[in-house]
Design a protein around this ligand. Structure first.
Ligand SMILES: [Zn+2]
Length: 248
């Protein structure tokens, strides 16, 4: 198979489900870390194993046989919005030789936290049954970014070209995920919501305000005449970062 043809691959939904399942079963046999659908541990090597399986099942070993550029696979615990990310860079060298490198990075926390919230976890329009299936579908999305970068040196999942390809090859109907985020888990654990009135103490003084943002800590806006933040009604506020345990 030649490069340009890879984007024109098209499978029926039935074929896709069969291939995805075949990959899942082979992966659980080959991986040293994952033996069930519940991911508890993963290494960069696991992503390489998954990549080779996808290449064989979906891409007719195109990458093994034709792709001579370098791809790195990595796991990140710091990704908070995207569950996967594909990066591409070009280095132009002497004699106009161009060196292209690619990296697929997976936000592993999303998959470790998969079971922390009880609700449907839809990824790319597919209602996933476990964290391994969610991982595969995010990875499939990233594979389409890789193909676009490879063929066109640019990629966007907001554009029609990407949406068509990801639907033809993997039957994805959307380009985003609804996996539990750190924010959702924290606010569920503590029962706090944005906009909620809260109190906290600092150096023996009590403050009250409202939750403006939720991250690892809550951002609380406290009415303060000397504050530098203003709302539409002219009230001024100071901004505080407070651990959830300290809020009441
Ligand atoms: Zn994307």
């Amino acid at each position: 198979m030649i490069g340009q043809n890879i984007k024109d691959l098209k499978y029926s939904e039935q074929e896709i489900v069969k291939k995805r399942n075949a990959i899942r079963n082979k992966f659980m046999l080959k991986s040293e870390n994952v033996s069930t659908g519940n991911i508890k541990c993963m290494s960069n090597q696991d992503i390489k194993i998954l990549f080779d399986l996808y290449d064989e099942e979906f891409f007719k070993s195109y990458f093994r046989d034709n792709f001579k550029e370098s791809i790195t696979f990595s796991l990140s615990t710091r990704m908070t919005t995207a569950a996967g990310k594909t990066m591409y860079s070009r280095k132009i060298k002497l004699l106009e030789e161009i060196e292209k490198t690619y990296e697929i990075r997976m936000g592993i926390k999303f998959f470790f936290q998969y079971y922390k919230v009880e609700r449907d976890k839809i990824v790319s329009g597919i209602n996933t049954k476990d964290s391994l299936e969610a991982f595969q579908i995010v990875f499939e999305h990233e594979l389409c970014h890789l193909i676009e970068f490879h063929l066109y040196s640019e990629s966007s999942c907001k554009k029609r070209r990407f949406k068509t390809m990801v639907n033809d090859i993997f039957a994805h109907t959307e380009v985003h995920h609804q996996l539990p985020s750190q924010k959702e888990i924290i606010s569920l654990d503590y029962g706090f919501k944005i906009g909620q009135n809260v109190c906290f103490a600092r150096e023996n003084k009590k403050y009250s305000g409202f939750i403006y943002k939720i991250n690892k800590r809550a951002t609380v806006m406290v009415k303060d005449k000397k504050g530098t933040y203003k709302d539409g009604e002219g009230n001024t506020y100071s901004k505080w970062y407070v651990n959830f345990e300290q809020l009441v």
